[in-house]
Design a protein around this ligand. Structure first.
Ligand SMILES: Cc1cc2nc3c(=O)[nH]c(=O)nc-3n(C[C@H](O)[C@H](O)[C@H](O)COP(=O)(O)OP(=O)(O)OC[C@H]3O[C@@H](n4cnc5c(N)ncnc54)[C@H](O)[C@@H]3O)c2cc1C
Length: 485
């Protein structure tokens, strides 16, 4: 739904085929993390999500007693938002639909076959078979991705070695704190709020962790696990959703095969530790949407679409390492030595540097992309644009994020230099929005910037200092990188 929304935003004709008749009612991903919130802010969706979810200033790493403090992150979204995935999906589907995406539910894709010019898709639904033709197909079809299999893209990694148990339930006597977490010789348990009146219990029980994930969970299993691990069941009742999930860890070898692309769980799966899966899928959608749109519209420079795999594959390799480490710390062994190891790491996490490092990873604000070798070096190059306040020539103060609603490149002409405007006018490159503004307040890394080009997904393509020798040629070359409209 996110890719569809991004493509529709760029005026690309897009059709979503989804086999479910309606959004799944189950919570699944419960937290939206800082970088995802920033991306939602770029597209004007954050306030809607804030109305539904519950902000929490922390996140967690392996359920350690010291929670990650997101407040230290340099971001206007330095917190997690607790919100059920079903709600997030509805917001994204509504947005894609409102932008003109043709969303067809109850349609199952049966095959995708690509030729030099197009992809032929066969599908069935509403009692009939159909064939559609598309320029490209994005397989955002989950862990068992049919698109990935049809594209013959290997899904390298390891099978599950253990499972965890989860239940969204009602507590007659809810815990006093919003998050409960414990690790002892009986197992690992976390309890978090899902929505009004509903809590999520998730645990790894050494006695049941070899049960395969397709075996149903019972209320009694949840209750007895809680009693053993916490000595308390909070009056558990009315299970809304109970499930078991494993730690299979795999990544697609390539995110692109000709006209077929992969995003989300179709491209990578891992134990849902630290609540990152849906978040990274949305980051991929932001990375891919504008590049695919540029390709379809014919203005993408050579290699732009391939940069999707080049940029995201290493990020997700690091993600799989991060979730594997967490699994090792909370799902492998419940001996006194592990309990002490966790206590030690927990103590270390009280150090601001350690907290900052892990919080930035989970929040995904540490992600940055390589920039072309021929751009002038600057500390902001390839980094995410943290929200900055700007003032226009007539004195209005506004957020840098407001400039990204239409999904264009944004050229921040911070000296309101007419020569820059002239370069933009002369070149007529790609979807570029020229903004003459100045910093309304100091912002980290920005004090020497004369002009900066920010990509549609909110990453800084390049920033150039006013002291740069050959300033205008540098800016001209930088704009030339964007394909011609
Ligand atoms: C118990 C649990 C807890 C989790 N907690 C978190 C969390 O806290 N934070 C977090 O970020 N992530 C979490 N995740 C992970 C998150 O839910 C997934 O990463 C996310 O759903 C992936 O989204 P996706 O769109 O890539 O795939 P999916 O959500 O699997 O969506 C794929 C869609 O494709 C459709 N489809 C598949 N095949 C076809 C076909 N042939 N034709 C038509 N349609 C098809 C499916 O019906 C489905 O709607 C959790 C997952 C689980 C299971």
């Amino acid at each position: 739904m996110m890719v569809a929304g991004e493509l529709a935003l760029a005026d690309v004709k897009v059709c979503v085929l989804e086999k479910l008749e309606a959004t799944t009612p189950y919570s699944r991903a419960l937290s939206i993390h800082p970088r995802t919130l920033e991306m939602m802010d770029l597209r004007g969706l954050k306030s809607e999500l804030l109305q539904i979810g519950m902000p929490l200033p922390t996140g967690h790493f392996a359920g350690l007693a010291t929670r990650l403090d997101f407040a230290v992150i340099d971001s206007s979204s330095n917190y997690s938002l607790f919100i059920a995935q079903s709600e997030t999906e509805k917001v994204l589907e509504q947005r894609a639909w409102a932008l003109g995406a043709d969303i067809r539910r109850g349609i199952e894709v049966l095959s995708v076959t690509q030729s030099a010019d197009c992809v032929e898709v066969t599908a069935s639904g509403a009692g009939r078979q159909m064939t559609l033709t598309a320029a490209y197909v994005v397989g955002a079809d989950g862990a068992g991705s049919m698109v990935r299999k049809q594209a013959n893209i290997p899904f390298n990694g390891t099978d599950a070695t253990m499972t965890a148990v989860q239940g969204d339930v009602v507590f007659k006597n809810p815990p006093a704190t919003s998050v409960v977490s414990s690790f002892n010789e009986q197992g690992m348990i976390m309890i978090v709020p899902v929505s009004k009146g509903l809590h999520r219990v998730v645990f790894i029980d050494p006695e049941t962790k070899t049960i395969p994930k397709d075996q149903p969970v019972t209320l009694e299993e949840l209750r007895s696990g809680m009693i053993r691990m916490l000595g308390e069941d909070y009056g558990i009742s009315e299970p809304y959703w109970m499930t078991r999930f494993g730690n299979a860890t795999r990544q697609a070898e390539r995110y692109r095969e000709g006209r077929l692309l992969l995003a989300g769980d179709a491209a990578h799966i891992h134990f849902p530790a630290g609540g990152q899966g849906m978040n990274v899928g949305l980051h991929e959608a932001m990375n891919l949407g504008w590049k695919l749109a540029a390709e379809v519209k014919g203005w993408a420079p050579e290699g732009l679409l391939d940069s999707y795999h080049a940029e995201r594959f290493p990020v997700n390799t690091a993600l799989l390492q991060n979730t594997s480490v967490q699994t090792l710390l909370f799902g492998t062994d419940f001996s006194p030595a592990t309990i002490h190891l966790r206590q030690m790491i927990s103590e270390l996490l009280q150090s601001p540097d350690a907290n900052y490092r892990l919080a930035s990873q989970i929040a995904a604000v540490d992600v940055h992309y390589d920039v072309r070798e021929d751009v002038s070096s600057h500390q902001l190059n390839g980094r995410r644009l943290a929200e900055i306040r700007l003032h226009s020539e007539n004195g209005d103060v506004f957020s840098s994020y407001e400039l990204f609603r239409e999904g264009n490149y944004v050229l921040l002409n911070l000296s309101s230099d007419e020569s820059v405007e002239e370069i933009v006018r002369k070149q007529q490159r790609g979807r570029i929005k020229n903004v003459n503004a100045a910093l309304a307040e100091p912002a980290k890394g920005w004090d020497d910037v004369h002009t900066a080009l920010v990509r549609p997904d909110g990453y800084i393509a390049w920033a150039i200092a006013g002291t740069e020798i050959d300033l205008y040629n540098r800016i001209e070359q930088g704009i030339e990188q964007i394909g011609k409209t």
